[in-house]
Design a protein around this ligand. Structure first.
Ligand code: C2E
Ligand code: CA
Ligand code: CA
Length: 537
């Protein structure tokens, strides 16, 4: 039998191990960078929201102070300027933030706290803007009749006959507020607009790519005060870098810990692999053979070879567990090659009827590998001359992962007389369409379906469907895990070809099997279909 090293699988698993290490090393570091960025932006937004709320609150209290001053004169807007002038001057001097107090007729200033000479020239205080509707109003203007090129906030209250009392607030107060907040925080630019009109802007530098961090709006006297704050990207980056510096050592420690843990896991995996390979060399495996009862012939028509591992000084290992480990560690191919050698060694001493079935389990990796055909041929060379029919048991997983190589392997072996059985049928992800495409001779009904047979009710709907399906595909059927007489009767009546299970015989080592076969191999068992013939036999 050709000895094939597990090199391909080993290289693949080494690459997978390295990739896994790389991933666990990088994930915490990348997360840390992403978290740093996210956190820097969050901090900037929180600071901006806080500063904006404070500034807008201040603007509102300035507006309210100015409104208070204008309200004092709103009932007197119709009085002559000589009567109002002194009062306007006094009030304007007393109320904080107010530069002048004025009485407006349409948009002309009729009387002002800033002018001694009355009446003043008829220039528009609204700086060419349309009259603001409503009783109370706010408006930014760039010029006033007395102060040019300096923005002012007009806080007006309209009285009778379209005349209004208007307090003029110097916008410098508002600019100072914005200015005060800007250097402290991360803002590149702040924009304040009150009820439309001019926008007050305090900018660190005129760059338009700055992200908007906060947009706070508040309605006062029918107008909306809106403050927008834009961030300084370089400052946000700096904050991010600071956070990164703080968190990176932790992320690096986490990544080192994860690498260590994964390495440990990998080592334990590696040691599983080493254990299996060592156990092969130490000849710790043996094979047990579970007889198959042929319903038509009424005798033992075959066996399934089941691998056993009993490490010295320890109990037997569970086959499903060590087989799974062997598959995961990519030693299933050398292990199965070892199994085939053990079988060849055992069968050399057997004496069985011609056509005796020998079922051997093959894992998907082996089936889709290049060694399969050679390995099976080598076994056939030993067992076929002894009249033995080799049956490859493949699970549904193989069908689903049906690679071109697996298919051509099985087709080649089938042409040479090897039979294919689909194992554990119905338990995996078998799509029925695979059955038509895949070359096979026998369906093995999983124990799970046999257990659905109700001894009272005698109904097992899915099981019946599987049996019908196998019949219509012209396949033979093996029922696995048959433990009770009721199950046996049910299956025999429905035309199952072979019975495998404790009701007939348990798996046995080679020598024990041969003894059993000589004593019981030709003996029929009683079941419903034989109508009691077996008992009389
Ligand atoms: P499987 O291929 O379905 O094998 C049949 C399993 O059912 C065997 O378990 C057998 O001992 C058990 N069995 C048979 N009759 C009865 C019964 O009446 N009642 C119950 N409860 N169980 C019964 P085992 O030997 O423990 O093997 C478990 C699985 O391990 C196998 O399931 C197969 O998937 C895997 N395995 C065993 N030997 C090999 C091998 O040489 N190669 C590969 N690739 N897999 C193997
Ligand atoms: Ca099997
Ligand atoms: Ca099975």
């Amino acid at each position: 039998m050709p000895e094939v090293s597990p090199n391909t699988g080993a290289t693949r698993s080494r690459v997978a191990r390295l990739l896994a290490l790389l991933v666990v090393a990088l994930v915490p570091l990348l997360l840390c960078v992403a978290l740093g960025r996210y956190e820097a932006e969050r901090i900037s937004r929180r600071e901006a929201a806080l500063a904006s709320a404070v500034i807008v609150g201040q603007v509102v209290s300035i507006v309210e102070a100015a409104q208070g001053a204008a309200r004092t004169f709103v009932s007197r807007v119709g009085e002559p300027c000589e009567q109002l002038s002194a009062g306007l001057t006094l009030e304007a001097a007393n109320v904080p933030y107010v530069r002048t107090l004025n009485i407006l007729d349409e948009d002309r200033v009729d009387c002002s706290s800033a002018l001694v000479q009355q009446p003043i020239p008829a220039r528009g205080l609204l700086d060419g803007h349309a009259r603001v509707p409503g009783d109370e109003w706010l408006r930014f203007v760039n010029n006033t009749p007395m102060v040019h090129n300096r923005p002012s906030l007009l806080v007006g209250i309209t009285g009778g006959a379209g005349r209004a009392a208007v307090a003029v607030v110097d916008a410098q107060y508002l600019l100072d507020l914005l200015h005060g907040a800007a250097p402290l925080t991360m803002f590149r630019e702040a924009e304040l607009s009150v009820g439309g009109g001019v926008v007050l802007r305090e900018a660190q530098a005129a760059v338009r790519d700055a992200p908007l961090l906060a947009d706070v709006r508040k309605r006062v006297s029918g107008a909306t005060i809106e403050l927008k704050m834009y961030g300084r990207p370089e400052r946000i980056r700096e904050t991010g870098a600071g956070l990164l510096l703080r968190y990176m050592p932790w992320a690096a420690a986490l990544s080192a810990l994860l690498v260590w843990l994964v390495r440990r896991l990998q080592r334990s995996g590696q040691s599983r692999r080493d254990q299996l390979l060592r156990a092969i060399r130490a000849d710790e495996f043996h094979v047990e053979y579970q007889p198959l009862y042929g319903v038509a012939s009424g005798r033992c028509d075959g066996v399934e070879a089941l691998l056993r591992w009993v490490p010295p000084g320890a109990g037997a290992m569970r086959p499903d567990e060590f087989i799974q480990a062997a598959e995961e560690e990519h030693v299933i191919v050398p292990l199965t090659q070892h199994l085939l050698k053990l079988i060849a060694r055992d069968v050399a001493t057997w004496d069985v009827e011609p056509g005796f079935h020998l079922g051997i389990n093959f894992a998907p990796e082996h089936l889709s590998g290049v060694q399969l055909v050679g390995d099976v041929r080598a076994l056939c060379a030993v067992v076929v001359p002894r009249g033995i029919q080799v049956v490859l048991e493949v699970t549904e997983r193989t069908l689903v992962r049906n690679t071109g190589q697996a298919r051509s392997n099985l087709e080649a072996l089938r042409r040479e007389g090897v039979e294919i059985a689909i194992d554990d049928f119905g338990t995996g992800y078998c799509a029925l369409s695979y059955l038509e495409k895949f070359p096979f001779d026998i369906l093995k009904i999983d124990r799970g379906f046999v257990l659905t047979i109700d001894p009272e009710d005698h109904r097992a709907v899915v099981l019946d469907c599987i049996i019908d399906l196998a019949h219509s595909l012209g396949a033979e059927l093996v029922a696995e895990g048959v433990e009770t007489q009721a199950h046996l009767d049910y299956l025999c009546v429905r035309g199952v070809t072979y019975i495998q299970g404790f009701v007939y015989a348990k798996p046995m080592p080679s020598e024990a099997f041969m003894r059993w076969y000589r004593a019981n191999g030709a003996r029929a068992i009683q079941h419903a279909k034989d109508g009691g013939r077996a008992l009389n036999a």
